[in-house]
Design a protein around this ligand. Structure first.
Ligand code: C6P
Length: 412
């Protein structure tokens, strides 16, 4: 792992921690601007996975042998690390899942399936990723609950003045994203949670785009659930977590049945462990949890305030440069933007632009970004998106601009 000096962070040294970045794609140096889809992994995480498989691999919570004890200790210590990282009151409030999508489905099924019925409302926003929309549509079909949406304004922010009318007594849960993956909007989580609580609703925060980028303190945010994915914050794919406030988790029934989550089983009936194990049936992603803990340790060695400042600077610089291109339409707010910029160039389809960029070694993302209703609202088939992380540089943005100028000439 890189050494953190007392002075300013040596970002060039940080970048060297990511072996994948040092390569050419289509004969050009790789510029990886698809970090909102998944981030790259530092050597510290790759090494932690190898170390686990070479020395400690065994199943957890089962075997009375040395390797199993080590694997169990590493897995449970990863849970404590996640709890500390988010500022949870206890590690028992952290459930390991495959990622944000599974975390939200867990809440929809284990909480919503038990407590919601006809007449109840789940409040969402128009900027939700499909992962924070489709699970609620499935739940609504099953239970008769209804969905309601906070509108998105033209500038990509939420129409918060409408919240008091939307947060009626039928609203049992307000589920919203922290940072929009298409617009870059950073929502005021603490304020939204406060208003929801005052109206008697629980809250769920989709932190897929924020957990690796912004400082998060659950005690300050005051949400009841928070979901995130490890792979967007330097960790492996297939691992993430759901935070659930202890008193709420206690009230929920299991959603998956199987080994690990039971106390006793008879042919007729079973009793279940307490949270979090009640919600982790079967062999978990042990290596993934260990890799996630290594990723958190790595991020903490840099510090989230520094990461946020660095990424915000890159996003602001990119937005400023992009705005100068002819036919450019930028999405999202000008102030308080997360580490990404979505845009459309008049007359150039996002897929064509993204393919053109790829030929020059530049990885962007083109499409609807799992935000179809939002794209429809803005009258767009999709956008092109450049999303940044702390190992990216302003020189890479300058190169992106050269490539985009060439694209504009080519498609004209
Ligand atoms: N967005 C992108 O924007 P999973 O696939 O479970 O790790 O994360 C789902 C998810 C949930 N919420 C938000 C706000 C997200 O941005 C994402 C993932 C990726 O490129 C893939 S569509």
């Amino acid at each position: 792992m890189h050494e953190i000096s007392r002075g300013p962070i040596d970002w060039a040294a940080v970048r060297r921690d990511f072996p994948i970045l040092d390569q050419e794609v289509h004969g050009q140096p790789l510029i990886y601007f698809d970090n909102a889809a998944t981030s790259q992994k530092p050597r510290a995480v790759i090494d932690a996975l190898r170390q686990y498989y070479e020395h400690n691999n065994a199943n957890v919570h089962r075997g009375l042998h040395e390797l199993s004890s080590r694997a169990t200790e590493a897995y449970e210590s990863a849970r404590r690390r996640v709890a500390d990282y988010l500022g949870a009151a206890s590690a028992d409030e952290i459930i390991f899942t495959r990622g944000t999508t599974e975390s939200i489905n867990l809440v929809a099924q284990a909480w919503g399936g038990k407590f919601l019925g006809a007449g109840d409302v789940v409040l969402l926003t128009e900027m939700e990723h499909h992962s924070n929309l489709v699970p609620w549509q499935l739940l609504a079909e099953r239970t008769g609950a209804r969905l309601r949406f906070v509108p998105v304004r033209e500038d990509g922010t939420l129409a918060l003045e409408q919240l008091p009318q939307l947060l009626t007594p039928e609203v049992k849960l307000f589920a919203f994203t922290h940072v929009s993956n298409s617009l870059g909007t950073i929502n005021p989580v603490a304020e939204l949670c406060r208003e929801a609580r005052a109206a008697g609703a629980l809250t769920l925060v989709d932190a897929a785009q924020s957990a690796g980028h912004l400082p998060i303190d659950l005690q300050e945010l005051g949400c009841d659930f928070l979901a995130f994915s490890g792979h967007k914050m330097c960790g492996p794919t297939g691992i993430g977590a759901l935070y659930g406030r202890a008193e709420v988790l206690e009230t929920m029934s299991p959603w998956h049945g199987g080994g690990e989550m039971i106390v006793s089983v008879s042919l007729e009936k079973s009793t279940y462990k307490k949270p979090p194990h009640r919600f982790e049936a079967g062999t978990p992603n042990i290596a993934g949890a260990i890799g996630l803990a290594a990723a958190i340790e790595y991020l903490e060695s840099i510090g989230r305030p520094a990461i946020f400042a660095h990424d915000s600077e890159l996003a602001a610089y990119a937005a400023e440069q992009l705005a100068e291109l002819p036919g450019m339409r930028l999405l999202g707010p000008t102030e308080a933007r997360g580490a990404l910029v979505g845009f459309v160039i008049k007359g150039v389809h996002p897929h064509d632009l993204t393919t053109f960029a790829d030929q020059k070694g530049l990885a962007l993302r083109g499409g609807h970004h799992c935000n179809q209703p939002l794209m429809r609202k803005f009258g767009l088939p999709g956008t092109t998106r450049a999303s940044f992380y702390f190992y990216n540089t302003s020189a890479e943005i300058d190169r992106m601009m050269e490539i985009l100028r060439a694209a504009v000439r080519f498609f004209a």
